[in-house]
Design a protein around this ligand. Structure first.
Ligand SMILES: [Zn+2]
Length: 275
């Protein structure tokens, strides 16, 4: 599943080919993605200049004077840069062409989407998203307030997209390990110091993945670009029963809220100093 770092890397890969360029052609091979591609999006887009691109959560936004295209990669989707008349692969569904180059959505499971919004900030899929984890809005004060009355496990709380967007299972597990916080700690029991540590750890794991993605950028824009999920060095994720990198004790694995969770019972503490 493309996570925030893959989406951010995709955005950086496709932006130079969209931003500042005028849409010359739109080809839609099939409209029945997770939600149908709106009728008439082709005529809406042709001749319009893309004036900006950005990411919000796992949505890539192409911004035009009249509105924006929202793209989500779903479970298995990828965007790649293509040249004119480049042959279509199975599961290539949509292409937006900008003169010399275009971007094409490949999505075998069709859980992704391509939507149109006059005001993307007000779009229901965007409006409900929590803060961006790499922004200043993701602060100790903000999380303290969000966690105040929540006794749910911190691992579950931090993966809640209404609190903060883009902290997937891998990043939650890795960040909790770095911050030395037991994943079952009730969210409301985290004091300011622990929250601050957790915020820094989340930003560190995400930035590390994005930096690694930078090295695969070339693949995104090449003709055979594959999404290539990042092979980050992981401390706990998918390492149950293997020795902890810090204390060598075997890591413990359990299912929490339906997601596999691995942690070190020695290095990650449930009882945190109150502050
Ligand atoms: Zn350990």
């Amino acid at each position: 599943v493309p996570e925030l770092p893959e989406v951010e890397t995709t955005l950086r890969g496709v932006s130079p080919y969209c931003n500042g360029h005028v849409v010359s052609q739109v080809i839609i091979k099939r409209r029945d993605l997770r939600w149908p591609i709106p009728d008439g999006i082709e005529t809406l887009l042709i001749g319009q200049p893309c004036i900006d691109t950005c990411r919000r959560g796992k949505y890539i936004l192409l911004i035009f004077p009249a509105g924006s295209v929202l793209i989500h990669l779903g479970m298995s989707g990828s965007l790649r840069v293509v040249q004119a008349n480049q042959s279509w692969k199975k599961h290539d569904h949509v292409e937006i062409f900008f003169g010399e180059f275009g971007i094409r959505l490949h999505d075998p499971r069709r859980f992704g989407c391509v939507l149109w919004a006059e005001n993307w900030r007000a779009h229901p899929l965007i409006k409900s998203l929590g803060v961006e984890p790499l922004s200043d809005d993701f602060s100790v004060e903000y999380l303290k307030k969000k966690f105040e009355k929540r006794s749910v496990a911190i691992k579950v709380a931090i993966m809640d997209a209404k609190v903060v967007t883009g902290v997937g299972n891998i990043y939650a597990a890795e960040a909790l390990f770095l911050a030395e916080i037991h994943p079952r700690t009730p969210a409301c029991e985290l004091g300011a110091a622990a929250i601050s540590k957790l915020i820094k750890a989340i930003q560190q794991v995400l930035n590390m993945a994005i930096d690694m993605g930078g090295t695969t950028l070339r693949d995104f824009v090449s003709q055979d670009g594959q999404p290539g999920y990042f092979k980050q060095r992981l401390n706990v994720y998918a390492r149950a029963h293997l020795p902890c990198v810090r204390c060598q004790k075997p890591l413990f694995g359990e299912v929490m809220a339906g997601r596999q969770t691995v942690y070190c019972i020695k290095c990650q503490k449930m009882s945190l100093p109150r502050d």
